[in-house]
Unconditional design. Structure first.
Lengths: 348, 278
């Protein structure tokens, strides 16, 4: 088990900046997630930790050693891929045994370890089968087992759930959380799915254009997003962002601005903290309803205020239709204030 | 219902086309086969009709009159040696070009294509002089070296394409699972590239087996002569032994045809299996 430290790591491919002098430390045993949109270079970060890619500048430390120039086979990390990457010419048992064989572990020890891992992940009945006969979920279990079998210093997981359908994704997400809880192995997880990141992680780093936008515990990222990019990327549906002037009549907005003029500021409001009502009332602002989206547990309502749109929940017991007028309300504590030009959070 | 006759016509056209193509390719070989089995007296009758009686006299003549087994062995050694070298180096180069961070990869591949377009005749005399100076004239080694040189561009190109078809994650997984770059090639990439290796080997083997120009120019005795050259030297001063030439050609063709039939299954099976993502 090991601490992982990135020290001023930079990497670019042609014109794409993958990492721009990126520094962070992942604690021993921590579940750490890189969260960012597809194609922002998260996978390359994992490849650099694994030793598949070398950084253009900066150092990477695994535990006490500087691993920057170590080849992958000497780094003692294990990797799980979105595409499973099982060896198609080997059976499930041989796939599981592969990392141990490469380390010249004795055959009887390998056999015992394969049985142990197969039992942990419920793969006992599949050991003799080739990967192509397994379902997606089974394949990813085998991939997890292949990573788990040699008790590596760190797990690197590259969108391991993205190829699975919704039900399996939840099942394997729980499995990954359980494996981390029982084995306590430092895990670096890469995903574009903010919900996965929130559910699994001890800490999350939100990436954009090769820079860490915010690195904190999931709750802090949700409750106090450092800038508009984080605010919009974390949370579903994404946070409403409106120029402060469009909500200026609301007493909450005035309180949030605390004497500053509304120009040059952006207000953020999470849809789950906005309630839409059919009737006007105190502290309720009018909006024209343009879209109703029932999801089952709740119904999302999109309203138009001037030229801006605001999404919120349909308040319990209310009924609204598109085209009608609605009245929304929110707690003054639900407001987030951002600087307009830079997008950074302003604590009010 | 209206579509059915149209489809029938299409089908018939397809079969007719296939039949024509088969006939076009098979006709010369069948003519050779019938010539090799004809009695001497019927050899020069035109048109070349089917023989009235079958005879093995030409086959007996070539096996008793020439060191045919020795010549076949020469051909087999040269073709096998070339195949091993070309597939070996071709796999190494193809793997590196497909999966490793090679500087100037596009340049190398372009160079490979350009090299494969060199007309062999342009290189005959320099190669002859070089091999002569190296004391390799009239040896199997000389033929293997020259053939390998000419087979490599195709082998490198084909193997690069085959390795590209294998997902990079498998290579990365093997490296992370404890393999060196070479170990990953040996334990994961090569087994998965087997259909590609079979296809490349088959093409290289047939090319070397059939090669004529260098085999003629770089050999001067039966020591290193290959079967196509030996057959071309069958004609004597006063007569052309068509029957023996035909028999020799059939004997020379059979091994490659057999090889192709055997490997084709494997190559095709492998290609379709590899297409489905593991």
């Amino acid at each position: 088990m090991a601490r992982i430290a990135l020290d001023a790591v930079s990497k670019r491919f042609d014109r794409t900046v993958v990492a721009d002098s990126l520094s962070l430390t992942i604690a021993d045993g921590e579940f750490f997630t890189f969260l960012g949109p597809s194609g922002c270079g998260k996978s390359t970060l994992l490849h650099m930790i694994a030793g598949i890619e070398t950084p253009d500048a900066g150092r990477i430390r695994l535990g006490a050693i500087d691993a920057t120039d170590l080849p992958p086979q000497k780094r003692d990390v294990a990797m799980v891929f979105q595409s499973y990457a099982l060896y198609p010419h080997l059976s499930v048992a041989e796939n599981l045994a592969f990392p141990l064989r490469n380390r010249r572990v004795a055959p009887d020890v390998i056999a015992a370890e394969v049985r142990r891992v197969a039992e942990v992940l419920g793969l006992g009945a599949l050991l003799a089968q080739p990967p192509r006969q397994l379902s997606g979920g089974q394949r990813q279990r085998v991939a997890l087992g292949r990573a788990l079998i040699r008790r590596p210093a760190a797990f690197l997981m590259d969108e391991p759930l993205s190829n699975l359908d919704a039900a399996l994704r939840l099942e394997l997400r729980a499995e990954i959380k359980r494996v981390h809880a029982t084995h306590g192995i430092t895990t670096v997880y890469v995903t574009h799915d903010q919900e996965e990141a929130m559910v699994l992680s001890d800490r999350v780093a939100v990436l954009r254009a090769g820079r860490v936008q915010q690195c904190d515990v999931p709750a802090a990222i949700y409750l106090r997003p450092a800038n508009v990019h984080v605010a919009q990327f974390v949370g579903s549906p994404p946070m409403n962002l409106l120029p402060a002037s469009s909500l200026a009549q609301h007493p909450g907005a005035a309180h949030c601005l605390a004497g500053r003029g509304p120009d040059g500021f952006v207000l953020g409001l999470r849809p789950e903290q906005v309630d839409f009502h059919a009737d006007a009332g105190a502290d309720r602002q009018r909006a024209e309803i343009v879209l109703i989206e029932p999801t089952g547990p709740q119904t999302w309502v999109t309203g138009r205020i001037g030229e801006h749109r605001l999404r919120g929940r349909l308040a319990t017991g209310e009924n609204l239709a598109a085209g009608a007028a609605g009245y929304f309300t929110f707690a003054r504590t639900a407001l987030h204030l951002f600087d307009g030009p830079t997008g950074t959070r302003v604590e009010s | 219902m209206a579509a059915a006759p149209g489809r029938c016509v299409k089908r018939a056209g397809l079969w007719l086309g296939l039949a024509l193509a088969c006939a076009w390719s098979l006709a010369p070989f069948l003519w050779q086969l019938s010539t090799s089995l004809k009695p001497q007296a019927e050899l020069e009758t035109l048109p070349p009709l089917l023989p009235t009686t079958l005879t093995l006299q030409h086959y007996q003549a070539i096996f008793s009159g020439y060191p045919l087994l020795h010549l076949l062995a020469n051909s087999a050694l040269v073709a096998a040696g070339t195949t091993v070298l070309a597939v070996g180096f071709g796999s190494l180069a193809g793997f590196a070009l497909a999966k490793l961070p090679v500087r100037g990869r596009t340049g190398v591949l372009a160079g490979v294509v350009v090299l494969s377009m060199l007309p062999p005749i342009a290189t005959v005399s320099p190669l002859f002089l070089m091999l002569n100076a190296a004391g390799l004239r009239d040896t199997l080694v000389a033929l293997i070296l020259v053939y390998t040189g000419f087979a490599l561009p195709l082998a490198v190109w084909l193997m690069t394409q085959f390795f590209r078809g294998i997902p990079s994650e498998l290579y990365i997984a093997a490296r992370v699972d404890g393999c060196s770059a070479f170990g990953a090639l040996r334990k994961v990439m090569l087994p998965l590239a087997l259909p590609g290796i079979a296809a490349t080997a088959l093409l290289t083997f047939i090319q070397s087996w059939n090669e004529f120009l260098y085999a003629l120019s770089l050999t001067s005795s039966d020591a290193a002569r290959t079967i196509p050259v030996a057959i071309a030297l069958f004609p004597g001063l006063h007569e052309i032994p068509w029957g023996e030439i035909a028999a020799g050609s059939v004997v020379a063709t059979l091994p490659v045809v057999l090889l192709a039939v055997l490997f084709q299954r494997r190559v095709l099976e492998g290609l379709t299996a590899g297409a489905v993502k593991g």
